[in-house]
Ligand binder design. Structure first.
Ligand code: TPP
Ligand code: MG
Length: 635
């Protein structure tokens, strides 16, 4: 018989362990926006070790067996990857839901630090529960404990502090309730959200305490839609009304706030062209007359031409990363002014912009009302249309290049883009594909383009795709992963197989780092150390023969259904087969890393050695110094 410790206790308190209280609390949390309620923490990823097997793991099992709390457990294969999966999940749910991640002490926990940074940088909620060494220090140093001779209070989990938006360590049971309330508040605050870390000492997890019953009542966390302050709105409108060549930069905040319709109404009403960032792509469908595609270092020449001429830039839900601003060169009008609609004051204040601190949807609705009567000039609208039309032709050519003998990556992107249905999702993170896609991808729907480019973390792809599919099982999920990223983190294929979660993984093998190879060339370093080759005894470099590595065989060994494609036509046929497959399928396609890609006509600041013994570096430095002259602070 399973004894429910809750029912055995006095009326006003519940006696259970810290881990049991944690699980029970998490299962009773809800979020709400626009009258729609969600379970805030609908599951927990984990990998168990001595740090959590008797604590959080026991509590999860007990919750399952007694049906005392609903917190399904998903077993991952790598702790970094489980944070990525949780980020994919929460992003797909527009930050209204987040997953918890439990890890053992030491390496299990520090493996999550990269995932935490990724979540915080991308402003995506995830609840991290690293285990910690004994609070009592009864047996210190416990296996995997870091010893610092200067202080017994230091733990490897301190490494989560700079990458978390809230961090606490639960050294006594009494500390748990306030920490949990703070954690939920931060997770559901669109301005503060990110990785929230509660470090849980191994002994404290198993310690029993009399909790007030009130701790476990249902709680609803209302996700706000702050409206703009009237005076700030008036200032923003004054600048926007003066614009003769306006440009909107739509970031991820538009999508998380479900403001796509509001953005379309604003664009329709004002005729302002809309460029997008990696996180914002799809906020406005690619074929809308105002859509001009990605802006910045990997943007479209159309958006970048408009950015160079823009007198007013309206940034919505964007962090203005260096890719978006082309390292502060792309907005080139000396008198350019920014209006920044953002839920976070920190972002709203960037580039000396007129800040409009508000939810993207609430802010756009207010702007649409206040901008009545404004319409971009006919000549400007015609210019936008001409630029877009010519860019569309370039994209069509890149999609159907006919490159031989191995296809160009742009053809693989094109074939996939033309194959995808409106609700299908494409997932990427690092390498040359996000840049090519920022320029070439035609996104039809706000959740179609899922590219993690805040941290651009190799290894996010498959794990993140798993989270995307978990969040929205009705959509087909296509993960695009390079061979380098695949080699860093392919193991979550096993998790997808065991959970019967179907992914289609397109493994684009170009035998090394095409992205960093071409960057290396541009900084005068001849693709040094970026190809996967044998070490060559003649040169002493990694430029020998091609390696006998078979990633398709690797994927098959992990339990995936594997298809190989040598041509674009074979790739199309493989996509058809993958769509009808009922399990995770990996399509392996070899591409030419040197195939041509259209130019974005924008720059990215990667400093080149100021002095060098290499002529190639000296030439690159001259070009760098020249480009650097176009960079300026936006004051
Ligand atoms: C974890 C991590 N390490 C290093 C980098 C730097 N980096 C960016 S792209 C890249 C190479 C990616 O190779 P691959 O996945 O094969 O894509 P390709 O460049 O060939 O398109 C590297 C090493 C990174 N983004 N993430
Ligand atoms: Mg590669």
């Amino acid at each position: 018989m399973i004894v429910d410790p809750v029912r055995n206790t006095a009326r006003h308190t519940v006696r259970c362990t810290v881990a049991q209280a944690l699980v029970r609390f998490l299962a009773s949390q809800y979020s709400e926006r626009d009258g729609i309620r969600h379970q805030l923490i609908p599951g927990c990823f984990g990998i168990f070790g001595h740090g959590n097997v008797a604590g959080v793991a026991q509590a999860l099992l007990q919750a399952h067996d007694t049906e005392e709390a609903d917190l399904p457990y998903y077993m991952a294969r790598n702790e970094q990857a489980m944070v990525h999966a949780s980020v994919g999940f929460a992003r797909m749910r527009n930050r209204m839901q987040a997953l918890a991640c439990t890890a053992s002490i030491g390496p299990g926990s520090t493996n999550m630090v990269t995932g935490a940074a990724l979540a915080t940088i991308n402003r995506i909620p995830v609840l991290l529960l690293p285990s910690d060494f004994f609070a009592t220090r009864a047996a210190s140093p416990v296996l995997q404990e870091l010893e610092d001779p200067r202080s017994y209070d230091v733990s490897v989990n301190d490494a989560f502090k700079p990458v978390s938006t809230f961090w606490d360590r639960i050294n006594r049971p009494e500390q748990l309730p306030s920490a949990l309330l703070a954690a939920m508040r931060v997770l559901t605050d669109p301005a503060e959200t990110g990785a929230v870390t509660l470090a849980l000492p191994q002994d404290v997890q198993a310690e029993a305490y009399e909790w007030p019953r009130e701790l476990f009542r249902e709680r609803v966390w209302h996700v706000p839609r702050p409206v703009p302050e009237p005076a700030a709105l008036a200032r923003a409108v004054q600048v926007l009304r003066s614009a003769r060549k306006p440009l909107i930069v739509a970031g991820g905040g538009v999508i998380y706030s479900e403001a796509s319709d509001a953005l379309r109404r604003f664009a329709d009403a004002t005729g302002m062209p809309v460029a997008d960032t990696q996180a914002g792509k799809g906020a406005l469908a690619w074929d809308h007359p105002c859509a001009v595609g990605g802006v910045g270092a990997t943007g479209t020449p159309a958006a970048n031409a408009l950015a160079r001429e823009a007198d007013v830039v309206l940034g919505i839900g964007t962090r203005y990363t260096d890719f978006t601003t082309a390292s502060r060169t792309v907005f080139a009008d000396p008198d350019v002014r920014f209006v920044n609609l953002n839920v976070r004051a920190f972002d709203a204040g960037k580039h000396a912009g007129v800040p409009l601190v508000a939810d993207a949807r609430a802010g756009l609705d207010a702007l649409t009302r206040e901008m009545t009567g404004y319409l971009a000039t006919e000549s400007y609208t015609a210019r936008v249309r001409d630029l877009s039309d010519s860019w569309r032709q370039v994209t069509d050519r890149a999609y159907h290049l006919g490159h031989q003998p191995r296809p160009a990556q742009t053809e693989i992107l094109g074939a996939l883009n033309e194959f995808l249905g409106e609700r299908d999702v494409v997932v990427q993170a690092a390498g040359s594909m996000p840049g090519d896609s920022q320029m070439l991808w035609r996104a039809r729907e706000p959740k179609q383009y899922h590219v993690e480019y805040g941290y651009s973390c190799m290894g996010y792809e498959i794990a993140g795709g798993l989270g995307v599919k978990l969040a929205d099982p009705d959509r087909e999920v296509f993960v695009l992963v390079g061979d380098g990223s695949y080699l860093m983190m392919a193991q979550e294929i096993v998790t997808a197989v065991s959970e019967r979660i179907k992914l289609t993984i397109v493994l684009v093998d170009n035998r090394g780092f095409a992205s960093i190879g071409s960057l290396s060339q541009s900084v005068g370093s001849q693709r040094f150390g970026t190809n996967y080759r044998y070490r060559n005894p003649d040169t002493g470099l990694l430029d020998g023969d091609v390696l006998p590595v078979d990633l398709a065989a690797n994927a098959a060994s992990l339990g995936a259904n594997v298809l190989r494609a040598g041509t674009v036509a074979e790739f199309g046929a493989a996509l058809e087969r993958a769509r009808t497959a009922d399990r995770t399928t990996v399509i392996c396609v070899e591409t030419d890393p040197l195939a041509p890609v259209p130019s974005s006509q924008a720059w990215w600041d990667v400093p080149v050695a100021e002095v060098s013994a290499l002529a190639s570096t000296q030439r690159a430095r001259e070009a760098y110094a020249q480009a650097k002259r176009g960079q300026r602070p936006y004051l």
